[in-house]
Design a protein around this ligand. Structure first.
Ligand SMILES: Cc1cc2nc3c(=O)[nH]c(=O)nc-3n(C[C@H](O)[C@H](O)[C@H](O)COP(=O)(O)O)c2cc1C
Length: 181
C-alpha cells in the first residue's frame, strides 16, 4: 500500500544509487525502462538520470516532460533486468512483465504497484551531449509494508547486489542533514 511521504524523502531513495524503473506515457500507452545511472543532485528535490534516444521511452520523456521513477526491491531483480532488455516499441512491457499501473497524481506516466517507492517527476532540463536528464520530484509515495525492503544495485558487469548492512552515523552527520531527513 502506498502512502504519501515528504518530498525530502526522495533523497533517501536515490542517494544509495539503486536500479530504478522509469515509467513514461506516450499518448495512450504506458512504457517502462530500467535505469541504473541515477543520482541525487541537491536537497531541493532534484535528481538526475542519464539516458538517450536509443530508448523508446526517451521521446515520451522529452515530449511530455514527465515520468515516474520507481524503486523496486532486490527480489524483483530478474524482472528489472528483463525490462531493460526489451523495447516498448515492440512489447507492451506492463502486460509482458505483469506490472500493474496506478494513476499518478501530478504526471501522465503511471506508478507501478509493488515498488518500494515511486517518485512522480517532471523533466526540468536535458543536457546534451551527456544525456543528463534533470528531474524535479513532485511527489513521493512509499510502500508501508514491503516484503523485501532491500534496494537493488548494479555492479556494471551484468552482476547485481542487494542492500547489505546499514551503519547509522546520524548523530555525527546531524549538522549536514536537512530538515525532514
Ligand atoms: C540493469 C540495466 C540498467 C540500465 N540502465 C540504463 C541507464 O541508466 N540509462 C539508460 O538510458 N538505459 C539503461 N538501460 C537500458 C534500458 O533500460 C533499455 O534500453 C530498455 O530496453 C529501454 O526501454 P524502451 O526502449 O522501452 O525505452 C539499462 C538496462 C539494464 C538491464
Amino acid at each position: 500500500m502506498y502512502k504519501d511521504a515528504a518530498l525530502e524523502r526522495a533523497l533517501i531513495w536515490i542517494e544509495p544509487g539503486p536500479v530504478v524503473l522509469v515509467t513514461t506515457r506516450d499518448g495512450l500507452k504506458n512504457n517502462v525502462m530500467t535505469v541504473s545511472w541515477t543520482m541525487a543532485i541537491d536537497f531541493n528535490g532534484h535528481i538526475a538520470l542519464t539516458t538517450g534516444p536509443w530508448n523508446h521511452s526517451f521521446a515520451a520523456l522529452l515530449r511530455t516532460k514527465q515520468c515516474v521513477v520507481c524503486v523496486p526491491s532486490a527480489s524483483l531483480a530478474q524482472t528489472v533486468v528483463g525490462i531493460g532488455t526489451v523495447s516498448g516499441a515492440q512489447v507492451d512491457k506492463f502486460k509482458h512483465f505483469g506490472l500493474t499501473a496506478i494513476q499518478a497524481k501530478y504526471v501522465c506516466a503511471p506508478l507501478i504497484d509493488g515498488m518500494l517507492a515511486c517518485l512522480e517527476c517532471c523533466l526540468e532540463d536535458f543536457i546534451e551531449p551527456y544525456g543528463f536528464a534533470i528531474l524535479k520530484v513532485l511527489r513521493v509515495v512509499e510502500n508501508d509494508s514491503p516484503k523485501d525492503a532491500r534496494v537493488l544495485h548494479a555492479r556494471g558487469d551484468g552482476t547485481f547486489c542487494a542492500d547489505g548492512e546499514r551503519f547509522d552515523f546520524r548523530d555525527l552527520m546531524a549538522q549536514k542533514l536537512p530538515p525532514g531527513l
